[in-house]
Design a protein. Structure first.
Length: 339
């Protein structure tokens, strides 16, 4: 399922949304990882131009290629203006009676960052899978967000964010816990994943405080949902800025979805890496995607686009309302792009 992840300076790795699913299916195209390097401060603003490394890996061979592109990076730390939907946040965000007084109790919010070009049924299934994982371990999941990337991500064939946000909203309509956050897509440029997660926490907290001043409300922690390729990149020297990565793992954490047969033990077991250290502290969770996602093994956004260009059926691969939107706006007719 399209999840991007990313930090800055040395490289910023942002995985495209479809990677959440592509790693669960051997035949599907995998998620892109993007990186940023050589950040340059521009005038008195906090906008920077960065160079992103973009990694595309095949789930069958594990081969990776990298190329770079320029990004307009926006990373101001005080812009948490705007609303965030909270209508599907579960009331469990209020500390349950049986958990009050239990040290360390904190519910979580799942956040999937990606291109969602277009969103597929697998994107929603992956979030459901991660919710089931946490629930089985006694962790309350109070909601989830799809956060479509800004147009400045610059991928060939990336349709305008207004379309991707609209399609994500249609895809999430039938979910009881998945919502769409358009904050990232509506900014002035590309935003690092850490900043997106920080903003989700701040805006959810603000909305809940405005609606309910009860002391029983426990602040939720947002968790990045990603694929195994992104987790592996976090353990690779020189790919992620270590200070920013540590902040992401400490403040938020990662839920890594892997397909059957994918081994991330080497990454999590290396105590010399931040991933290894924070895995031991419970901030990195590995969720097995045994047998694919909800019977939609092999579904990817790139595959859906290819079928649409070929004039073939995509019923069952995307929500019917998403398909109607695609057809209405003539999307993905002759655009060829990777996820």
């Amino acid at each position: 399922m399209a999840a991007k992840a990313g930090q800055d300076t040395a490289f910023e790795t942002r995985a495209a949304s479809v990677s959440l699913v592509s790693l669960l299916s051997a035949g599907s195209m995998s998620l892109l990882a993007a990186g940023a390097m050589a950040v340059i401060t521009v005038a008195t603003t906090v906008m920077t131009t960065s160079r992103r490394a973009h990694a595309s890996s095949s789930t069958s061979s594990g081969h990776q290629e990298e190329h770079s592109t320029d990004l307009l990076l926006v990373d101001d730390d005080d812009d948490d203006a705007g609303t965030i939907p909270v209508d599907k946040l579960a009331c469990r965000r209020r500390c349950p009676p049986d958990r009050r007084g239990v040290d360390g109790y904190q519910p979580v919010i799942l956040v999937a960052c990606g291109s969602f070009n277009p969103p597929t049924v697998a994107h929603l299934e992956v979030l459901s899978m991660v919710r089931s994982y946490y629930r089985s371990r006694g962790v309350d999941v109070v909601g989830a967000y799809l956060s479509p990337v800004h147009d400045a991500y610059g991928k060939a064939g990336l349709v305008a964010s207004r379309h991707r946000v609209a399609m994500c909203r249609l895809a999430a309509e039938g979910s009881d816990f998945v919502m769409v956050d358009d904050w990232e897509a509506g900014r002035a440029g590309y935003t690092r994943t850490l900043r997106v997660l920080d903003s989700v926490d701040a805006r959810v907290r603000g909305a809940m405080n405005n609606n309910n001043n009860d002391d029983g409300v426990v602040p939720a922690r947002s968790v990045l949902v990603c694929g195994a390729d992104v987790l592996a990149s976090m353990g690779t020297p020189g790919v992620w800025d270590q200070a920013l990565l540590e902040a992401l793992l400490e403040r938020h954490g990662v839920a890594c979805v892997v397909r059957e047969g994918t081994d991330v033990r080497a990454v999590c077991g290396d105590a010399g890496t931040l991933v290894g250290r924070w895995w031991r502290r419970g901030r990195v969770d590995v969720v097995d995607g045994v047998g694919g996602v909800g019977g939609v093994d092999g579904v990817s956004s790139s595959g859906v686009r290819a079928l649409l260009r070929a004039g073939k059926e995509v019923e069952g691969l995307v929500d019917k309302n998403v398909l109607a939107y695609i057809q209405q706006h003539g999307l993905y007719v002759d655009v060829d792009a990777d996820d």
